[in-house]
Design a protein around this ligand. Structure first.
Ligand SMILES: Nc1ncnc2c1ncn2[C@@H]1O[C@H](COP(=O)(O)OP(=O)(O)OP(=O)(O)O)[C@@H](O)[C@H]1O
Length: 592
């Protein structure tokens, strides 16, 4: 696991990316500062009131305002108090709104940015990790960060302001008491730094375990049918329980450590408070300190020191935010290894496809395709057949440029596909994957996915071409029928036909079909074949099929064997050659 890797200072690195929020941050900090200043004033007013009662005409307020009557002086203090309270309440409200807006803004931007980056990452990156783990980063980690920005950051600021403001009051009242009351502060700071270092790996572990848990949960929900069919519910519950226990334990460890900070702070508070109470009291008895000042200082120690107990909570939020920021940044920094080119194909795209000396494999794994040369002239239908695992899907992925070959090149209309922008390349292709994905939405939305502006008539035509119109019109609401989260209310064959209609509606120059009719019965397949023959008259088609009857009319059939082209030719030529294809054909037609 790479949970501990990543930028050293993830929160600062993240802030660098969001500098455009600087104005809002300055406004929030200003409001919080006004709020804190207003917050300290009532205590000063209490001190001033005590001073008025004890010293009367000579009181600090009396001298300052030039008012003799003690009643009038107290009236002034009350009026000032009201004004300060109004300022305090208003600034609190505005500061809350600003901090929350800042947190929400950054959260929103980050989520959209991270999602967009994730969807541009290569297929192999997505295949290499559980989708739930990515989901945990896009969702939980971003939320965690928002909590830190919303609650943690203002709390850190308030604590720091507290120390500065109260420090100023102490310093003005009594230098000696300032030293005594502030003695615990360096202790608390040293303690927090020490704790922070200890907490960091603990919180990284929390994020890591929650990622594993989400990964397993989403994989299990996707595979629920298999779990039920194999009555594996108990086993899977135990597996989830193990992952959940790891998450709980990671959290318990982190909380236990961060909570241990509180007793340390309380001891420091005790020392500071006792010193102020005792030494301040003695100084007042000796006449070195005014009674009013003494009472202010006693209140102030409370104000200064108690919020320090919150430091543990803030540290908790900070560390969680930091660990989450690290994970989000790692996702954002993940390089796109198959970047789009800048080249644009001349329209209309003809659809001539060529593979030249293509060698390919997955990641660091073994080579799967060992030097494929293939020419598919524009407008022809070519089939790729071969035993399972021979590399057919791998080859199609290269044509769509989900991956790049390790050696050699894939050429579309004379241009290396690596040079082309996505619109020229994938915009010219209609693809039906082995595992059809149906989006949550109506049948019409699903067919129009690649061309959202298509008219209802065009959608219907595509459905006719894919031999799908009959079953669609038999649905309760026809083309407006809603397909569930993953199209669960359609059969496998129906899903394939919807996907085929989706691909045909784009009117692509190249139609790429990976086992597109594997799930339909013979009769439906014959209907699809007839439609496909019409639909592929003026476009290139590359068809992967196990059922050889599907591709017998292809202009050329390429037979792959363990990552190499073993034979190629028309159906009749290949039968005549009596090689792999001929024997496969015999097996499938029952002639053996
Ligand atoms: N995402 C992947 N990561 C690593 N290896 C893979 C991946 N996909 C396929 N392979 C490997 O590549 C080889 C060829 O697989 P591929 O899916 O291209 O075969 P295929 O001919 O399409 O098989 P099938 O007819 O069963 O679909 C197999 O050995 C497979 O294990």
């Amino acid at each position: 696991m790479t949970a501990l890797a990543g930028p050293d200072r993830p929160l600062s690195a993240l802030w660098e990316r969001h500098r455009r929020y600087r104005g809002r941050l300055v406004a929030a900090v200003t409001m919080s500062t006004i709020n804190k200043v207003a917050d300290v004033v009532p205590e000063l007013l209490i001190g001033a009131a005590v001073d008025v009662v004890v010293r009367g005409t000579d009181s600090y307020v009396g001298t300052l305002l030039g008012v003799e009557s003690r009643y009038a002086q107290l009236g002034w203090l009350a009026a000032i108090n009201v004004v300060v309270w109004v300022i305090e309440s208003l600034s609190q409200y505005v500061a809350d709104v600003l901090w929350r807006g800042l947190a929400q803004g950054i959260e929103h931007d980050l989520r959209v940015e991270a999602y967009d980056h994730a969807q541009h990452l290569d297929m192999s990156w997505h295949e290499g990790r559980a989708s739930g783990t990515t989901l945990a980063t896009l969702n939980d980690d971003v939320n965690q960060l928002e909590r830190f920005l919303d609650v943690g950051a203002p709390a850190i600021l308030q604590t720091a302001l507290n120390v500065v403001l109260v420090g100023a009051v102490f310093a003005a009242a009594s230098g000696q008491l300032f030293v005594l009351a502030f003695l615990p502060i360096p202790l608390v700071i040293a303690g927090s730094l020490l704790f922070q270092r200890r907490l960091e790996p603990l919180y990284a572990r929390v994020r890591e375990t929650v990622g594993d848990l989400s990964g397993a949960l989403s994989a299990n929900l996707a595979g629920i049918a298999t779990i039920k069919a194999f009555t594996a519910e108990a086993r899977e519950r135990d597996r989830i329980a193990v992952l959940s226990t790891a998450y709980r334990q990671a959290n318990v460890d982190a909380i236990r450590s961060s909570a241990a900070f509180v007793p340390l702070v309380r001891m420091a508070i005790l020392a500071g408070f006792t010193c102020t109470l005792l030494f301040g009291g003695w100084a007042t008895l000796r006449g070195d300190l005014q009674v009013g000042a003494y009472s202010v200082l006693v209140f102030m120690t409370q104000r200064l020191l108690w919020p320090l107990t919150e430091v543990a909570t803030v540290l908790d939020l900070y560390q969680r935010g930091r660990a989450s920021a690290g994970r989000i940044l790692r996702l954002l920094d993940e390089p796109v290894t198959v970047p789009a080119g800048a080249g644009v194909l001349q329209r209309p795209v003809r659809g001539a496809v060529e593979l030249r000396g293509v060698r390919a494999g997955y990641g660091e794994g073994p080579e799967i395709l060992h030097g494929i040369d293939m020419v598919i002239p524009a407008g022809e239908t070519h089939a790729i057949v071969g035993a399972t695992g021979s590399g057919k899907s791998t080859l199609l992925r290269l044509v769509l440029r989900f991956d790049d070959p390790r050696q050699g090149a894939v050429i579309l209309d004379g241009r290396d596909v690596r040079e082309l922008d996505w619109d020229s390349l994938r915009g010219s292709m209609g693809y039906v994957a082995q595992d059809v994905y149906i989006f949550s939405g109506s049948v019409a939305d699903n067919i129009a996915y690649g061309r959202p502006d298509a008219s209802r008539e065009e959608i219907r035509e595509a459905a006719v071409a894919a031999a799908a119109v009959d079953f669609i019109e038999a649905l309760p609401e026809g083309f407006d029928s809603h397909l569930g989260e993953r199209g669960v209310n359609l059969s496998g064959g129906q899903r394939q036909r919807v996907a085929l209609a989706r691909a045909l509606l784009r009117d692509p120059a190249v139609l790429v079909l990976d086992e597109a009719t594997s799930a339909v019965d013979n009769e439906t397949e014959a209907a699809i074949q007839a439609s496909l023959r019409r639909a592929t008259l003026d476009r290139t088609a590359i068809v992967v099929a196990h059922r050889l009857s599907t591709v017998r009319h292809a202009h050329r059939i390429w037979v792959l064997d363990a990552g190499r082209v073993a034979e190629a030719g028309t159906h009749d030529e290949l039968l005549g050659a009596e090689g792999i294809y001929a024997s496969l054909w015999k097996v499938q037609t029952g002639e053996l």
